[in-house]
Design a protein around this ligand. Structure first.
Ligand SMILES: Cc1cc2nc3c(=O)[nH]c(=O)nc-3n(C[C@H](O)[C@H](O)[C@H](O)COP(=O)(O)OP(=O)(O)OC[C@H]3O[C@@H](n4cnc5c(N)ncnc54)[C@H](O)[C@@H]3O)c2cc1C
Length: 395
């Protein structure tokens, strides 16, 4: 398809959110230019969980079939007490789960997900991909948006979508609510061949060992050949206002309370890099004229519901549907999109904080939590309907 002369929608950021939006808009016949700060479009080399709420969107975008050979479907989500190593409860992810939520829960390597969206974008003549184009500033004049990039290059479009992540400069101009909130939680990751895993008791499941101020997640990727390991700590030093928080030695210190076989899993975790967790208070407006936000730029969340990228993908689908409905009135499209996304994404942000505190509980709170978890029915995922049943998106 020729790119034609229709004016472009500009998207700042080519992560999972920005590329999903580009693809969804292209499928509605819009010309799009994705301005990505990095020299190459890409993702980090670790896993990501995807709830059944995003399956139909990825399917409709033609992305799911591209990554299907690499997707893993865990048979259960197991919660185990990191202090004793004992299983506390599980959610079966097989037949009854799929029947309830229509679609499966799956895990995938981030590069397989992002790469599949990127590949689909590259095949669309409506999409121009522009690496090394970090948005520095923008201005609006009537129905035009003008973006200036860090290297001085300029782009003109009919609208701008800021999908430029946690530290979004687009958000700074649209919302202006300063830096995101530093949660004091730190993540270390590691990917190892599955054959190196010593404790093989939950190989087919996704398991989360939970303890005071910590948890460790394991699930397999790429046809089960590699194990994704993620260790998170809620820094005690940070909470006390002490220096050197979230460091590898604090990781060791906090995990020292765990059962030896759980503590031993730190051997799979790299100390070379950590991820510093942030979120934001939900806001009531992230749109200004023909400029809006999407994904982490709009509603960054802690990862405890494993839904940040899922929300970005949902955002993309809703936004494209609203653009298709409102024609060239981008402000109306963006306000309608925002209206649909605000409470759902706020609920994810606030529920993720709560779930983090729940799994990181210690003392009496831990005893209560364990008792409540033990009573759960593995075939009745508690309070997940609002999230996993997904959203209605018009064709
Ligand atoms: C430890 C951890 C585990 C997680 N697990 C899950 C999970 O299991 N499931 C899930 O759904 N979510 C998960 N998430 C959340 C998920 O990773 C994010 O919500 C998601 O990646 C956000 O996508 P995005 O496209 O909005 O932002 P990003 O992925 O941050 O992409 C932003 C893009 O914008 C680019 N950019 C930045 N500045 C500029 C600029 N000035 N101009 C142009 N481009 C710019 C960046 O280079 C990047 O490519 C997890 C997060 C963490 C930290």
């Amino acid at each position: 398809m020729a790119r034609g002369t229709q004016p472009e929608v500009l998207i700042a950021g080519g992560g999972i959110g920005g590329l999903s939006a580009a693809l969804a808009l292209a499928l509605k016949g819009r010309r799009v230019r994705v301005l990505e700060k990095a020299a190459e479009f890409g993702e980090i080399g670790y896993g990501i969980q995807m709830g059944p709420n995003v399956y139909p969107i990825l399917d409709r975008l033609g992305v799911f079939k591209r990554m299907a050979p690499h997707v893993v479907y865990p048979d259960a989500l197991v919660l185990a007490d990191g202090i004793t190593g004992q299983e506390l409860s599980r959610i079966n992810l097989s037949a009854k789960f799929r029947a309830r939520f229509t679609h499966p829960y799956f895990v995938v390597h981030r590069r397989d997900l992002h790469g599949s969206i990127l590949e689909a974008c590259r095949e669309r003549a409506e999409i121009a991909l522009a690496p090394s184009q970090g948005l520095a500033k923008f201005s609006q004049d009537g129905d035009r948006v003008f973006v200036t990039c860090e290297d001085g290059s300029e782009h003109e479009g009919v609208a701008l979508i800021g999908a430029d992540g946690l530290w979004s400069p687009t958000r700074a101009a649209v919302v202006g609510d300063g830096a995101p909130r530093l949660a004091g939680h730190f993540v270390y990751r590691g990917l190892v061949p599955t054959e190196e895993i010593i404790d093989r008791s939950h190989l087919d499941s996704m398991v989360i060992y939970i303890g005071h101020h910590l948890h460790l997640v394991q699930y397999r990727l790429r046809g089960g050949t590699v194990m994704n390991n993620v260790a998170t700590i809620e820094s005690v030093r940070f909470a006390r206002g002490e220096p050197n928080f979230g460091t590898p030695d604090e990781l060791e210190e906090i995990f020292s309370q765990c059962a030896p076989r759980v503590h031993d899993m730190l051997r799979y975790i790299s100390r070379e890099r950590n991820w510093v967790l942030h979120d934001r208070e939900p806001v009531t407006n992230w749109t200004k004229g023909n400029v809006t936000l999407l994904g982490d730029a709009a509603h960054p969340t802690l990862q405890y519901l494993a839904q940040g990228a899922c929300m970005a993908i949902e955002d993309a689908a809703v936004l494209a549907a609203e653009v298709a409905r409102h024609g060239d009135d981008f402000n109306a499209s963006f306000l309608a999109y925002q209206q649909q996304r605000m409470n759902r994404t706020a609920r994810v942000v606030l529920s993720a904080r709560f779930f983090g505190a729940y799994i990181h509980a210690g003392g009496g709170a831990r005893m209560l939590r364990n008792e409540l978890l033990a009573k759960r029915d593995p075939d009745d995922p508690w309070e997940a309907d609002w999230l996993y049943r997904g959203i209605e998106i018009p064709e």
